[in-house]
Design a protein around this ligand. Structure first.
Ligand code: NAD
Length: 291
């Protein structure tokens, strides 16, 4: 199965990073989003991030130019019809993802592998509603995609070996490392990471520590490169809440209940860095804790 042409649905923080690494590795990329603004933002962000890599001597100016030339955008899902692999990286909501697949499927070649970058939603369930559950797989990049080495590959119950191997090879071509996860809520990384972040939010909610003391404690006391609240802002508080809900519903254990303070931030539209406010306020020169 030769994969050369890759479609990406969703041009948010993950979609732009995924387009970046595929284009740099020599794949042809077609990026789409419901928001034209998200697509133009993604292109300028990719340009800026590639330029940063040129500045650091990681890639040459020529590699950057070639990578940018390999990325095309479209507002029409049907244009993804001739791609060999489609990675869906839209908002973490099952109804949105399902609607995307429904609209996309009539246009796809029978051989196209369909993948989701979901952080937590069942790959088996998403795949079962398509015409190709055996060619459906979880292709879970970490944020920021150009920097993070890992890709979690998640097999749904029906995912066939050929699909898995083809994706395994793609991860290698991207210069990344894959870890295989079984299809249970939130897979491996977020099953472990997200309850830790949720617990940090409970620690704040219960007044055990301030935003600053919680993040400092985990950075200096547990040697984490980022504090859990800073990391939550980076991931997006809506995504964190969605993952906690999937863990809570999927594993039916109260230990996964999302902290009410997390829900409150999301209801306020304070989603972290992407909206300039979350546990920190990013509107000024330096992030300022909001509690
Ligand atoms: P985001 O909010 O930055 O971007 C989501 C994008 O999807 C937006 O640009 C939005 O316009 C677009 N979108 C919404 N509905 C759409 C539709 N019907 N068709 C096309 N595009 C549509 O979110 P993100 O952080 O990039 O997350 C995207 C996916 O990646 C989610 O499934 C998330 O769980 C997963 N993920 C996120 C992280 C992270 O740290 N943020 C890490 C790994 C995986």
């Amino acid at each position: 199965m030769d994969i050369q042409h890759v479609g990406i649905v969703g041009a948010g923080q993950m979609g732009n990073g995924i387009a970046h690494v595929f284009a740099l590795a020599g794949f042809d990329v077609l990026l789409t989003d419901v928001s034209a603004e998200a697509m133009s933002k993604a292109l300028s962000l990719i340009d800026k991030n590639l330029e940063r890599q040129v500045g650091k001597g990681v890639i040459s100016a020529e590699q950057k130019t070639e990578a940018m030339a390999r990325i095309k955008t479209t507002t029409t899902l049907a244009d993804l019809g001739q791609t060999d692999l489609v990675i869906e990286a839209a908002t973490e909501r099952e109804t949105i993802k399902q609607a995307i697949f429904e609209d996309l499927l009539p246009h796809l070649k029978p051989t196209t592998i369909l993948a989701s970058n979901t952080s937590s939603i069942s790959i088996t369930r998403l795949g079962s509603r398509t015409d190709r559950p055996e060619k459906f797989i979880g292709f879970h990049f970490m944020n920021p995609v150009p920097v993070m080495q890992l890709v979690e590959l998640i097999r749904g119950i029906a995912t066939d070996e050929e699909t898995f191997q083809a994706c395994h090879t793609v991860v290698e071509k991207l210069g990344k490392t894959s870890a295989t996860a079984e299809d249970f809520p939130a897979f491996i990384v977020n099953r472990i990471l997200m309850p830790m972040i949720n617990e940090a939010i409970y620690t704040l909610y219960e007044g055990v520590g301030s935003v600053e003391s919680i993040d400092t404690s985990m950075k200096l006391g547990a040697n984490h490169p980022m504090g859990p609240l800073e990391l939550a802002d980076f991931i997006g508080l809506d995504t964190c809440l969605a993952i906690m809900n999937v863990l809570h519903d999927g594993l039916a254990d109260t230990k996964y209940r999302p902290c009410p303070l997390l829900t409150k931030y999301v209801e306020a539209g304070w989603l972290g860095r992407k909206t300039q406010r979350g546990f920190y306020d990013y509107r000024g020169e330096k992030p300022v804790p909001t509690r």
